[in-house]
Design a protein around this ligand. Structure first.
Ligand code: ZN
Length: 246
């Protein structure tokens, strides 16, 4: 089977993480799923981003067996797989320990929606998971991390809020494709930074009025959406072809 296009995208999207200053060393990964063919393509564990190629990126089947590329996929593969199972409308997942977002995750705090930058991309606050119980940590830790993310979205729209903080750990975002998922990771980091600064300036800052939050989200993502800004709308930017809309 030929996964060359998706492999190219996943390699390029992984390299976006250091390029956008979201990761140090190899602290993060991008994974994507081809649902028709039943494969996940993901960064190999510990591999420097500059060494990543379409030949060594890991291609894994639904059983978790590597069928192409590096035999050692990211240890976070079970988290990606759990999200792909639980969120049927996503095509890609990004994980980082980006600094500001991870500060909120380590504080065990969700990020309130303080302004329209946030509301353009994430409807409502960015949630934070509960801590895993000792038996969940001792057991299948990565699968249980994925499960606790799904648990946080029970009854919520995972497409309207395409990201979460994992308590004491870091960030996961997702999207229709790798570009949207990376874009959401970049925006989430900026939102985390802005929210921290907002609280430092004014510890009793108010959350954005619900009517403004609704307006900003709906004008970009709702039926009859009419707002496209200079990120080319939904963040699906084809960097290989000059950065235009895909
Ligand atoms: Zn991590």
């Amino acid at each position: 089977m030929d996964f060359s296009r998706l492999k190219e995208d996943v390699v390029a999207a992984n390299k976006e993480l250091p390029a956008r200053n979201l990761v140090k060393y190899s602290w993060g990964n991008v994974g994507a799923i081809d649902r028709e063919r039943g494969v996940i393509i993901i960064k190999p564990v510990g591999m420097p981003y500059e060494e990543l190629t379409t030949d060594n990126i890991s291609v894994v089947d639904v059983a978790g067996d590597v069928i192409e590329g590096s035999p050692t996929p990211s240890v976070d593969l079970p988290i990606h797989a759990t999200l792909f199972e639980g969120f049927p409308d996503i095509g890609a997942v990004v994980h980082t320990h980006s600094t500001y977002a991870t500060m909120w995750a380590q504080a065990g705090m969700s990020i309130p929606c303080y302004g329209t930058t946030h509301a353009d991309y994430f409807y409502d606050s960015i949630p934070v998971t509960r801590n895993l119980a000792p038996d969940e940590v001792a057991g299948d830790f990565e699968r249980n991390t994925g499960a606790v993310i799904l648990e946080s979205f029970k009854g919520k729209d995972y497409l309207a809020t395409p990201g979460i903080l994992v308590a004491s750990h870091g960030v996961f975002t997702w999207g229709e494709d790798v570009w949207e998922a990376v874009h959401n990771a970049v925006v989430l980091e900026e939102i985390a930074k802005m929210a921290l600064g907002t609280l430092m300036l004014n510890p009793s800052a108010r959350e954005l009025d619900r009517c403004v939050m609704d307006k900003h989200y709906q004008r970009k993502h709702g039926p009859g959406a009419y707002f496209v800004n200079d990120d080319f709308g939904h963040g699906i930017v084809d960097v290989k072809n000059g950065g235009g809309l895909r």
